[in-house]
Design a binder for this molecule. Structure first.
Ligand SMILES: C[S@@+](CC[C@H](N)C(=O)[O-])C[C@H]1O[C@@H](n2cnc3c(N)ncnc32)[C@H](O)[C@@H]1O
Length: 457
């Protein structure tokens, strides 16, 4: 029996999906598994079926967002119920299993009727393309979970509650000190309506003008209490209708990201190296703080990303201060002669930015974390080599992993010729390494960030 029938649903005729819609949604899911970002893969499929903007398109978007946010926990549930390792399955089956688990555990709303037709259809296709037993397993999974005949292990129970994998929960507990606070972190990053930010480009405008423009288009916005020249807002900002954005008068940037450049106190005329610079939010901020009398070397590994930085620099009127260079921060000491100060904002686990990247949390493993931290440390060594004595280096990551923050800086303090310059706000001192600082989603309503300011001895 198919899952939908097993659940005893009777379809409302208005809520029936057509065969073409069912096909397009499932194909979007399969494509989203193969091509990143999933939004682009889905769009291509919807275009092919002539369904862009249709209800099928909206349903596929909603399902993909939800399933990506829950991906790891859905896979662990399937493993516990059926003993199947979802990540090893062909793309189509992988999505069918996740869909069945998602629908059974979470989807109870109006659209669930549409989604269950989808599951029914998914099982039929699984039977045709793979085997009857695959289809039966998809259905069994749905039945067991829907019927409440399964109780999760402790780890999976925590995952289901927090929507975070153990690799992250363990570290959060170390940093935050209580499960209560870890839960507050989880509900902040799983909140679908986070606070966004705009940095006011004071080379072109002021806070008042931008707040007025936001009010005129009905966006609820207010000045940040922690970071000067920063605006916070909730809800969607219609980018195409918001003139100050197109004119480079504002830059979309989270508050905690905009808090970074001022910590480096870049003086006009100083030579600054920004080693992982694109898309340039912090580079252009440094230029602004130097009143556009800077000499900033903006290093970035990827050409397409440096183009984004150049666009932003042009838009914000800071291009004259910025020298974009395509190059590897791991070889910075051979590419950059010297710098009075350095910003290092390297690629990281993005665990502080979970709210923005719904699936990133499930890709993180102990091994990936070790590799990231090893590369960050090598970049840090290169960054220190560029500095004269007394020169300062700001290290930042949007991560809540101490391996990418406190542990890495502790090691640098032991092995490299640097001392810590204690930071006193605008966010909280790290309990694991006093003098360094952390911004938190649940305490400060912004992306989680780690900051350390170092001075070359
Ligand atoms: C966290 S982002 C930087 C964000 C940027 N600082 C900002 O505020 O807009 C890290 C950047 O480093 C780049 N990157 C990755 N590996 C690199 C390398 N080996 N050398 C230089 N840049 C690298 C990535 O492509 C990415 O653009």
């Amino acid at each position: 029996m198919h899952a939908a029938k097993a659940a005893g649903f009777s379809w409302c005729p208005f809520l029936r999906l057509k065969r073409r819609e069912l096909k397009a949604i499932l194909e979007s899911m399969e494509m989203a598994e193969r091509y990143k970002p999933f939004q682009v893969a889905k769009r291509k499929v919807m275009e092919k079926y002539g369904l862009l903007g249709s209800r099928a398109d909206r349903l596929a978007t909603a399902l993909l967002y939800k399933m990506y946010r829950l991906q790891g926990v859905l896979d662990d549930v399937v493993a516990e119920v059926l003993g199947v390792e979802v990540r090893r399955l062909p793309a189509y089956l992988r999505q069918s299993y996740r869909l069945a688990a998602y629908l059974a555990l979470y989807d109870t709303g109006r659209d669930s009727r549409l989604a269950e037709q989808l599951l029914d259809y998914a099982a039929r296709v699984a039977a045709a393309r793979f085997s009857d037993s695959e289809a039966e397993r998809v259905e069994k999974l749905y039945r067991v979970l829907r019927g409440g005949k399964w109780s999760p292990s402790r780890d999976v129970e925590v995952e289901l509650r927090l929507l975070l994998p153990p690799v992250i929960v363990k570290r959060l507990f170390k940093l935050l000190g209580s499960m209560d606070e870890v839960e507050r972190f989880a509900s902040a990053v799983n909140n679908p309506n986070p606070i966004y930010g705009l940095r006011v480009n004071t080379l072109k405008t002021d806070m008042e003008e931008v707040l007025k423009a936001l009010e005129e288009i009905g966006v609820e916005a207010w000045p940040s209490r922690r970071v000067s020249g920063h605006i916070r807002y909730r809800g969607g900002l219609p980018y195409e209708r918001f003139q100050p954005l197109r004119e480079g008068k504002v830059v979309p940037q989270d508050e905690s990201s905009a808090a970074a450049a001022p910590l480096l106190s870049p003086r006009p005329g100083a030579r600054v190296a920004d080693l992982c610079a694109a898309p340039g939010g912090k580079t252009t901020h440094i230029a602004e703080l130097q009143r556009n009398r800077g000499n900033i070397i903006a290093l970035e590994l990827y050409g397409d990303r440096i183009s984004r930085l150049v666009d932003l620099a042009r838009r914000t009127g800071t291009y004259a201060s910025i020298n974009p260079v395509i190059g590897d921060a791991l070889r910075a000491s051979t590419l950059v002669r010297r710098a009075d100060s350095v910003l290092l904002d390297p690629p990281c686990s993005s665990t502080g930015a979970i709210a923005r990247h719904p699936e990133a949390r499930w890709r993180l493993t102990e091994r990936v974390l070790r590799q990231l931290a090893a590369r960050q440390y090598r970049m840090l060594k290169e960054a220190v080599a560029l500095l004269p004595s007394g020169g300062r280096l700001l290290y930042t990551v949007c991560s809540v992993m101490p391996e990418e923050g406190e542990y890495l800086i502790s090691r640098a303090l032991e092995e490299l010729p640097v001392s810590l310059v204690p930071l006193h706000g605008p966010y909280d001192a790290s309990p694991l390494l006093p003098g360094t600082m952390r911004a938190w989603p649940h305490r400060h309503g912004t992306t989680g960030f780690f900051y350390a300011l170092l001075e070359r001895r």
